[in-house]
Structure formats: structure tokens, C-alpha cells
Ligand binder design. Structure first.
Ligand SMILES: Cc1ncc(COP(=O)(O)O)c(C=O)c1O
Length: 373
């Protein structure tokens, strides 16, 4: 089991290796003797809301207690907010744990995972660990999932089909109408896991609708959500899945006992109650995107249209070299995938962090005229 998301990416061969050959000339560091600027994990740059911090403070005195009834309270709170029964809610230590449970329940030797590529790699990792075969269908140029290819590759031994919407690392959304048609044509024996980790950031559009908010009433569908991004709770590890009661039961059999801690439960409930802060987060993300676009445009960079708190774009240069240049300037950014080897993904940070990003970009020893669209 990898000890961190970075390790997990490395194991899958798409991580940024420290000490990778850089080819980049040394430039003055934009931030010295301090912790790095983290634009590599899509964490919230702004942290949890004040109300959540207060809930964490209060709960700290209960840290000696197992979470107990608090977990049921959180599941009940989530169930109410989505108009489902508590039995349909699967809690986990981040939505990564929900992905692991799905893999344990529906994959294994002789089974297949069908997924887009590039996408968030955790399910692929767990699928491979289980002995399942992984079929990865490249995204279309628009960033949409190639649903025709995914359908063609789904058959009797397909245990899970993974849809990541909005998709990480591209931020792209795949239209709801296309997804509905696709799901209706999939074999009745497979489950469809729809990862909505970035749902809160998805801009209102006729193309996008959450499968929790507008359910299909299809017992094969599992939707996952997380408190790690828009709610700013990545370090507390809490996420959830919504599924039919039967599927939820099958998945819960693989949960780690007491996976969601006492303080985490209180923080998650406070986060759900603090709707005003969530609205602010979404608004700020829109502004951050706009600022990024402005800075990118002035440098002829054309990022993909992103519905997340991050942006991916083609640098037309080796991504490894670019990432290493940023790293040596104390700014962490992420690769997109082995196949998209000139692309980088940048999580949106605070204004001063983004200034450091652009300062570092401007010192890159590359031919910027190669960035033409
Ligand atoms: C698409 C997607 N799904 C799931 C996760 C896992 O998040 P967590 O385990 O923190 O809930 C991430 C994290 O970056 C993600 O990008």
C-alpha cells in the first residue's frame, strides 16, 4: 500500500520523481528557506472555514474517544442532504477509501476495470492490486471521456466502469446526456462508479448534472464525493459514496473499522452546515480561474476548460523538466500523465502563490515561442 498519494503516483509510474534529470538552468529561487508552495495536489489553498476550525477545536477534547455515534450522525446528515436513506451512504477515510472498497467488492482476478485516461489513478492502483485487468481509454481531445471506446471495451467480465466528472487531471466534464446513454448500454452486471470529487466547482451548465442531485435510479451506480477539496479538509480524510442499499452493504464489508475519526466527523458536519462558506469558496475559485486565464493568455498559454480548482495545459516541452524547474524554485506542480508528457497540472493557490508560479514560469529556460495554438 503506498504511504501517500505521491507514492501512489510514483508506483503507477506517473509521479514526479525527485532528482529527475532536469535540464533546467538554476534560477534565483522565488521562495527560500520556507515550506514549498503546494500547487500539486488540488488542495484548497484557503483551508477550512472558521466555523469548521471552531468545530475542530471543540472536538479536540474528545480525541481520546472513538467516533461511535458521531459517524451515524454524519451519515444521517449526508443522507438527508441528498434525500437518500442512511443505508445508502458509505463513509470512508477520504473518497480514496470508497474507491478501494469498490475495487474489493467488484474487481479481482478475472474482472476488468474500464476507465478513461488520464484520470485520477487510485482506482487503477487498487484494481491492479486486486488482480483485475485495467482497460484505459484515452480521453477525446475535448477532454471528454471516449464513451464509445469505453462501451466497446465493457463486457461480461467488466466489474467496474470509472467515470471521473469533472475529470482530474484535465478538469473537463463529459456531457450528462452522453453519460446517460452510455450507462443505459452498459452490461447489467457491472457497476458504474461516478467520481464527483470536484462537483462543487463544476460551473452550472446544461452539460453537467451530478448523479447524486439528479439520480438515475439505477442500482449499478455509485457516486463518490469528498470533503478534501472545496471543503478544505484533505488532511482530516473524509469522503463518501452514495449507492443502492445493496451495493452499499457489499462495499461497506471492506471498510476499515473506525476509519472516520472523532474530530473528522465534527468537522465534516460543521462543513456541511456552513453553506455560506462553500458559496464563497466556489466564487473565489471562479475569480482564481479568471486571474489564471488572464496571466496565461498574456503568455499565449491555452489551458483546458477546467471545472476543478486546478488547470492543465500543454507546455510543448518535457513536463519532467518543467516540474523540476518549479521544484528547484520551491513551487510544486504536478504531471498530467506519461502519455501527456508535455502537460502540467497546476492547482490554483492564493494570489501570492500564483504570483510565485508565474515568476517561476517566466524564468523557465525554454523557447516560449513553441507555445502556439
Ligand atoms: C478525482 C479524485 N477522486 C478522488 C480523490 C481522492 O480524494 P480524497 O481521498 O482525499 O477524498 C481525488 C484527490 O485528489 C481526486 O482528484
Amino acid at each position: 500500500m503506498p504511504s501517500s498519494r505521491r507514492d501512489l503516483l510514483k508506483i503507477l509510474g506517473i509521479g514526479i520523481a525527485t532528482g529527475m534529470a532536469t535540464g533546467s538552468a538554476a534560477v534565483p529561487s522565488v521562495q527560500t528557506n520556507s515550506s514549498p508552495i503546494r500547487l500539486d495536489n488540488n488542495e484548497s489553498a484557503y483551508g477550512p472555514s472558521e466555523k469548521v476550525v471552531e468545530a475542530v477545536r471543540l472536538a479536540a477534547t474528545e480525541a481520546n474517544r472513538y467516533p461511535g455515534a458521531g459517524v451515524y450522525e454524519l451519515a444521517e446528515r449526508i443522507a438527508k442532504s441528498h434525500n437518500v436513506s442512511r443505508g445508502q451512504v458509505i463513509l470512508g477515510a477520504g473518497s480514496t477509501e470508497i474507491l478501494r472498497m469498490a475495487s474489493c467488492a467488484f474487481l479481482g482476478a478475472g474482472k476488468q476495470l474500464v476507465q478513461p485516461s488520464p484520470t485520477f489513478p487510485a482506482l487503477e492502483f487498487y484494481a491492479r492490486s486486486s488482480g483485475a485487468e485495467v482497460i484505459s481509454d484515452p480521453l477525446r481531445r475535448s477532454g471528454y471521456h471516449d464513451l464509445d471506446a469505453m462501451l466497446a471495451h465493457s463486457g461480461a467480465s467488466t466489474g467496474l466502469v470509472y467515470i471521473c466528472n469533472p475529470n482530474n487531471p484535465t478538469g473537463s466534464i463529459t456531457p450528462r446526456a452522453d453519460l446517460e446513454k452510455f450507462i443505459s448500454l452498459l452490461p447489467s452486471s457491472c457497476c458504474i462508479l461516478i467520481d464527483e470529487a470536484y462537483h462543487e466547482y463544476a460551473r452550472p451548465s446544461s452539460l453537467y448534472a451530478s448523479f447524486v442531485d439528479q439520480p438515475l435510479q439505477d442500482p449499478r451506480i455509485i457516486v463518490t464525493r469528498t470533503f478534501s477539496h472545496a471543503y478544505g479538509l484533505a488532511g482530516l480524510r473524509v469522503g463518501y459514496g452514495i449507492a443502492s442499499a445493496d451495493v452499499a452493504l457489499r462495499m461497506r464489508a471492506f471498510a476499515t473499522a473506525d476509519d472516520v475519526g472523532t474530530i473528522t466527523v465534527r468537522a465534516a458536519i460543521a462543513a456541511l452546515d456552513d453553506t455560506a462558506s462553500l458559496q464563497e469558496v466556489v466564487k473565489r475559485n471562479t475569480d482564481d480561474h479568471q486571474e489564471f486565464q488572464n496571466s496565461a493568455r498574456s503568455r499565449s498559454i491555452k489551458p483546458l476548460d477546467s471545472h476543478g480548482n486546478f488547470v492543465a495545459f500543454d507546455t510543448f516541452n518535457p513536463a519532467n523538466m518543467i516540474i523540476q524547474h518549479f521544484r528547484s524554485n520551491n513551487v510544486l506542480i504536478a504531471p498530467v500523465s506519461l502519455a501527456w508528457d508535455t502537460w502540467i497540472r497546476v492547482s490554483l493557490g492564493k494570489r501570492e502563490e500564483m504570483r510565485a508560479f508565474w515568476r517561476t514560469w517566466d524564468t523557465l529556460p525554454i523557447d516560449k515561442s513553441a507555445i502556439r495554438h
